[in-house]
Design a protein around this ligand. Structure first.
Ligand code: M6R
Length: 364
């Protein structure tokens, strides 16, 4: 049931404020000042290293979480693509927690990676949407993301609910390891509780994104750029776009522009830049100017403060609500999804069942 939407993807995008709210309700204490995890198997004081493994969009959730675990909790993190990890057979040092992220909980490579870690890691954690899945069952601690069934092949609410649970886990790690004090935790959690409202606001940008998407749909290629927490969002935006609209899209960390991809820039190349006005904003703006100086068409997704100083010469300017810098990935996932969605609709492709793809990749 698409609940009045044209596609499951549109329905699932629209559900995000509600399902993220559900996930927060599930993991936050009644006073909202503490993260409560089920079970007692996980002790972040004992853990020295976190290895995160996944495929596709779930892998980008892990890449995002790396910034959170490192910056909030001072915990060293490795992130790996499951199909690489399982055959490379990396050494797992004592004190390593292995964390597997999978919407379906049945992805063959992720499951094989989990089994490789079984007798090697200190503890096996998973972040899954399907409670009774193989990955959940074979974990010491499976944390549900509570997104509800995701039907569209393109992961949307699954991704943002994964991010929500991973952020809560990073905050818990920070609290236990003493890298964030009680007040800092309560403060960040209170911002997090305001996130569903900010996402609802971002969803209202639908019309502006639809217009931008119509123009994007006339191109064969696109680049996505982002720095810091926006780098994984750029990767996610590019994956969403190619997956459902079949437009060739690549994402780079903004700082990599000069190391190759800038050669691709000409007036036929749209460049989607995601950049809230944070500590890295000025650096990204200078990358944006390099793109514009070579005739590239910049679609800048930023907030009001960013738009106030960097709107000149952009092809499209999309202005997002302002949120705490730690929370920006959860918000900027929305325009990434909607841009891909409306581009696919403009091109008339099969949004929910893109060619050659399966919802759950249970064979290699
Ligand atoms: O079920 P999983 O989260 O393990 O699936 C992983 C990927 O196959 C999945 O995220 C895929 O990349 C999506 N179709 C992306 O939208």
């Amino acid at each position: 049931d698409k609940a009045g939407h044209k596609h499951f993807m549109a329905k699932e995008v629209a559900e995000q404020p509600a399902v993220i709210g559900d996930a927060l309700g599930h993991y936050l204490s009644a006073d909202g000042r503490d993260v409560v995890l089920p079970g007692t198997t996980l002790d972040f004081n004992r853990i020295e290293r976190l290895t995160m493994v996944a495929c596709g969009t779930a892998y980008y959730a892990c890449l995002t979480a790396k910034y959170w675990f490192e910056q909030l909790a001072g915990l060293p993190v490795d992130v790996d693509i499951a199909s690489e990890f399982r055959y490379r057979e990396p050494p797992i040092t004592p004190g390593t927690a292995a964390l597997f992220v999978s919407q379906s909980g049945e992805t063959a490579d992720t499951l094989a990676a989990l089994r490789y870690c079984r007798d090697k890691a200190d503890t096996i954690l998973s972040v899954v949407n399907v409670d009774e899945s193989s990955i959940a069952r074979e974990s010491d601690l499976a944390l549900p993301i509570l997104a509800g069934p995701e039907i569209g092949v393109a992961s949307t609410k699954g991704f943002t609910c994964q991010l929500t649970v991973l952020l809560l886990l990073a905050i818990k790690a920070a609290q236990v390891r003493g890298t964030m004090d009680e007040e800092a935790v309560a403060d960040l959690l209170s911002h997090l509780r305001g996130l569903p409202a900010a996402i609802s606001q971002a969803l209202e940008m639908d019309e502006a994104l639809q217009q931008a998407a119509r123009h994007l749909s006339e191109h064969d290629h696109a680049l996505f750029l982002g720095r810091g927490l926006m780098f994984p969002m750029a990767l996610e935006g590019a994956l969403k776009l190619k997956e459902i609209s079949y437009i060739h899209a690549e994402a780079y960390a903004s700082g990599e522009l000069k190391h190759g991809p800038i050669a691709l820039i000409d007036k036929k190349m749209p460049v989607v830049i995601m950049a809230p006005r944070d500590a890295l904003f000025d650096k990204t703006v200078s990358n944006m100017q390099e793109v514009m100086a070579r005739g590239g068409k910049v679609m800048l997704i930023t907030d009001r403060a960013g738009a106030a100083v960097a709107d000149e010469g952009t092809w499209h300017l999309l202005v997002m609500p302002e949120v705490d810098p730690v929370l920006t990935p959860l918000l900027y996932a929305i325009p990434a999804q909607l841009l891909a969605y409306h581009t696919a609709v403009a091109k008339g492709t099969d949004v929910d069942q893109p060619r050659n793809l399966a919802k759950s990749v249970t064979v290699e």
